[in-house]
Design a protein around this ligand. Sequence first.
Ligand SMILES: NC(=O)c1ccc[n+]([C@@H]2O[C@H](COP(=O)([O-])OP(=O)(O)OC[C@H]3O[C@@H](n4cnc5c(N)ncnc54)[C@H](OP(=O)(O)O)[C@@H]3O)[C@@H](O)[C@H]2O)c1
Length: 268
Amino acid sequence: MATSLLVVGGGRMGGALVTGLVTRGGWAAHDVTVAEPDERRRADLSSAHPGLLVVGTVADAPVDAGCGAVLAVKPDVAEPACRALGAIGVRRVLSVVAGMPAGRLEACLPDGAVVVRAMPNIPALVGAGVTAIAGGAHARAADLEWAEGVLGAVGAVVRVPERHLDVVTGLSGSGPAYVFLVAEALIEAGVLAGLSRELSTSLVVGTVRGAGELLAESGERPEVLRADVTSPGGTTAAGLRALEARGVRSAFIEAVLAAVERSRSLAR
Ligand SMILES: NC(=O)c1ccc[n+]([C@@H]2O[C@H](COP(=O)([O-])OP(=O)(O)OC[C@H]3O[C@@H](n4cnc5c(N)ncnc54)[C@H](OP(=O)(O)O)[C@@H]3O)[C@@H](O)[C@H]2O)c1
């Protein structure tokens, strides 16, 4: 039976997408095929999702003319993977490959084939991702809606012009890693100040989750929420002063700009 969606690359992002699609996105496992060269990852995906077809190469995937593909491989193999997709008749590709312009992928596909570029992030694993999408030269409204349907299974989707995707990559694509680093530092601080690692970890994980949920659900700007918990002369004011003295705000700005520049350099 022909597959409806072929996911090329069953690594962290491809695997997260497949898990999201099958467990909460309303896709039947037998409608999705994954092409993944690594035998162990193939076995893991098959056992996690009974009914999912997992093949070793794109050429082995049972596709028909209407089949779309998600490209979730590292940038260095994205172009050959696109050529392989073109060779089996795929004409619509949703690429999550960082820093790879739609035009370069279009050049590897048959004339007129559609590319939609996307930059998701790893909370897609728990259905809490945020993805920006941008259509390539041949993408029409129906193609963007198709891409939103796929990625909406694992979180929120926004549309942006392609020129903004490098910024999205440095901000929300890499952003979870920045937040994890903050969590790591806070846990170490709790340990240094005398808490057990277990207690410090559970307090920090709860704090990061709670702060994120409050920010999302209240609709309030972060500076307002921060001011609300900063009493004059209080403990939070003292902590914030120490962060500002060490340039934490500027460090985050520099981090995002460095990641944006790295994304731009991957495209060159
Ligand atoms: N992880 C993230 O947070 C994140 C966020 C946004 C975007 N992305 C993008 O998502 C893409 C994948 O990243 P990742 O973190 O998921 O990397 P990853 O874990 O290394 O997954 C890539 C997978 O593709 C497989 N692969 C390589 N060549 C292939 C081919 N020709 N056909 C089919 N599968 C092939 C790899 O197998 P082998 O290991 O055997 O080569 C690997 O399992 C990247 O382009 C990245 O920029 C990732």
